[in-house]
Design a protein around this ligand. Sequence first.
Ligand code: HEM
Length: 204
Amino acid sequence: VSNATTEPNKPGQIAGYDYGSPKLDASPVTLEELERLRETVGLTTDDERYLHLAAEVLVPQAEAIVDAWRQIAAGLPYLAVYSARPDGQPNPAYGAASKPRFIRWITDVCTRPLDQDWLNYQHEIALRHTRAKKNKTDHVESAAHIPLRFLLAFTAPAISVPQRLLEASGRSAAEIERMQTAWMKAVILHVTMWSRAYTTAENW
Ligand code: HEM
């Protein structure tokens, strides 16, 4: 059994997981823009410490978190099309191929430094939701593009599902609150970064 989901910097072990890879394009977002957004969401070094603490709770349950997100999307037919085949039939190979990368993302959110590699892979994840790169990593046929409005709206379950597990972690109330807040800020920062791939430099 591979530990690729919990060990940092093992990109080769997950198919299509290109974090830190030289074959990625550079993000159009600069480190200075990232720093301003980090300040705007209010993600402090203290939040980063609580994200590491949250990883202890969330990483062992990461597959259950991904399953819960997928259950939400599968229950809404207008979202299910983005992982189904073009004829509407299920596409289990797509779900299976992309799942380790979703799982790995939970570790990355909690532990990766906000550096150039982070920027580059955020842009890559964003492109993989759009017609530029969706379906290409796993060589599948499915809907070509996930609309920005659904990406943004899905921020709510992306935040709340892990927050519920943090709530049930048995940590002190103060620690739970800090971990939940740090997770919220981190997810909003990620999705904000992903929005860049959907628009022009001028509008972003
Ligand atoms: C806050 C919102 C969202 C988060 C946090 C999120 C997270 C992720 C992550 C971590 C990946 C894997 C990226 C990688 O390749 O390393 C991914 C890919 C994917 N996501 Fe999302 N996602 C969001 C919104 C959505 C929505 C609304 C849908 C559609 C209902 C969706 C469908 C997909 C699909 C189909 C893939 C595979 C894309 C491909 O490479 O072909 N996502 N997402």
